[in-house]
Design a binder for this molecule. Structure first.
Ligand SMILES: [Ca+2]
Ligand SMILES: [Ca+2]
Length: 480
């Protein structure tokens, strides 16, 4: 069977993302059900916007990223305006529209009363309370508010990815992160010049990256109180154990994504929502401003620009080239940060994958046969690792993958994007990539400067603009 000529590529589900075959098959089997469920969420989801689209009803048009109940006016801040909004409903001046403003019901009892007003007032005063939010499945979940009060004795934050480290760094809580549960990048490999203090973080390698009841027990022993990971790695046994024990151990699992876009939300929502949960809005306000401004500028710059098709091969240490891995949209609506970020600019994927989470396998020949206008290779794990220099990672990816594309006849531009730059830095990063692809649409110097500003303002980066340009966080074009 000629899979190359056939439009219906056969993708084997990807195994080395530490998901075993059986689970993958189960996910594939329920994918149809999931699509129906997601469609329903999208129809009624007032948060939906995706990639900076409209939503909420604040003055700006940045979609509603703040998913906590109590955010009555559905913008990106919890403040006195929410009290005013509630007061006008309580006083009978306005009617409550629960479809348009579901988050107004701070205590989640389906009515708006003085109790909602009082609860928001408590939040604003930073007083202890239960806070509800809308999780990655569109369901209601709860946390102990403010989350920081749970950390007093333990500094007990655990994360799975470096994006989690970045989020807590922006919140000023990096020192409270005491554990990383990961197997793709070991804690010992993370560069301490980029993450000072990372060497004090304890590593826990969940077998096959599945967080189970055993992981939960380990969290209890290590006094972990806040955990930020990804849904696909959390087994029901883990979630159930945490839920059943919540009143005893208070493990607050933040059911929001870090590296994946799903059900209309991503890491941007997570950061902004955690900002409120931790009573650290002053730390997230500049990020909201950055996001809003950058997305507006990208929209202006790309008006009338012609789309280009692309494919996103994935490259990480230990991942082969025969077959290589590829990121795109999957069948469940879940996709990774590199896909999300390339869609800020007019890059259109030349395929949709048949796997649930948009991560699958392809042969180099299949990619070339699709003849995309460019390749944007996502390189994961190099930027934050102390084991790679700029040269060693570039040489590795060139020898193993990029030269192969040329050898087999692909002659169009190939760009390499460090995955880590596609996440929280995504919009600024997209401008830099945009300036490489559409030279007339973007001001390259300005784009680089803004990318540098992001690192200085949010990541504690000490290097100069030239340092960043020559770093593993920078995108580059393969020219051979
Ligand atoms: Ca608000
Ligand atoms: Ca209520």
């Amino acid at each position: 069977m000629n899979v190359i000529a056939n439009n219906n590529w056969i993708y084997r589900p990807m195994m080395s993302d530490n998901m075993d075959k059986q689970q993958t098959m189960i996910i594939a089997a329920v994918a149809v059900v999931a699509i129906v469920a997601i469609a329903a969420i999208i129809i009624i989801n007032p948060f939906k916007g995706g990639n900076g689209g409209g939503g909420g009803d604040d003055d700006d048009d940045l979609r509603c990223l703040l998913r906590v109940y109590g955010n009555a006016d559905m913008n990106n801040y919890l403040d006195d305006d929410d009290l005013t909004f509630l007061k006008e409903i309580i006083d009978g001046k306005n009617a409550w529209d629960p479809v348009k403003h579901p988050l107004a019901d701070a205590n989640c009892d389906d009515v708006i009363t003085q109790a909602d007003y009082d609860l928001v007032k408590k939040f604003l005063a930073g007083q202890a309370a239960t806070m509800y939010y809308v999780d990655w499945d569109g369901k209601n979940a709860r946390v102990d508010y403010p989350l920081t009060r749970m950390l007093a004795d333990s500094n007990g934050i655990a994360v799975t990815f470096t994006t989690g480290l970045d989020i807590f760094r922006i919140l000023g809580l990096f020192d409270e992160v005491t554990m990383m549960t990961n197997s793709d990048i070991a804690v010992a490999d993370i560069d301490p010049t980029l993450y000072p203090g990372v060497e004090d973080i304890k590593a826990y390698s969940a077998p096959k990256m599945r967080h189970t009841a055993d992981t939960y027990e380990m969290f209890v022993q290590n006094n972990i109180k806040v955990f930020l990971s990804e849904q696909k790695f959390l087994d029901d046994t883990f979630l159930t154990a945490a839920e059943e024990d919540f009143d005893t151990h208070h493990l607050n699992i933040i059911k929001l994504p870090t590296n994946r876009y799903m059900n209309g939300i991503c890491w941007e929502d997570t950061l902004v929502t955690l900002g409120v949960m931790c009573n650290k809005q002053s730390a997230t306000a500049p990020y909201i401003t950055y996001l809003d401004k950058t997305l507006d500028e990208i929209a202006d710059a790309t008006k009338g620009v012609t789309n280009k098709s692309c494919l996103i091969p994935y490259y990480a240490d230990g991942y082969g080239v025969h077959p290589l891995y590829i990121d795109s949209h999957g069948t469940s609506g879940i996709y990774t940060a590199d896909v999300y970020t390339t869609e800020f600019i007019p890059l259109v994927s030349a395929i949709d994958l048949k796997t649930a989470d948009g991560f699958g396998e392809a042969e180099v020949e299949q990619i070339i046969a699709k003849n995309p206008d460019c390749l944007v290779v996502a390189a994961f794990g190099y930027a934050t690792s102390k084991n790679w220099t700029v040269d060693s990672y570039k040489n590795g990816i060139t020898e193993q993958m990029l030269s192969e594309f040329r050898k087999l006849g692909y002659n169009k531009p190939i760009y390499v994007l460090p995955f880590e730059s596609c996440v929280l830095a995504g919009p600024a990063f997209a401008k830099v990539i945009g300036s490489m692809i559409w030279e007339d649409a973007f001001d390259s110097d300005k784009a680089w400067k803004e990318f540098h500003n992001f690192f200085k303002d949010f990541m504690g980066y000490k290097g100069t603009l030239d340092d960043l340009k020559n770093s593993k966080f920078a995108p580059w074009q393969y020219t051979a």
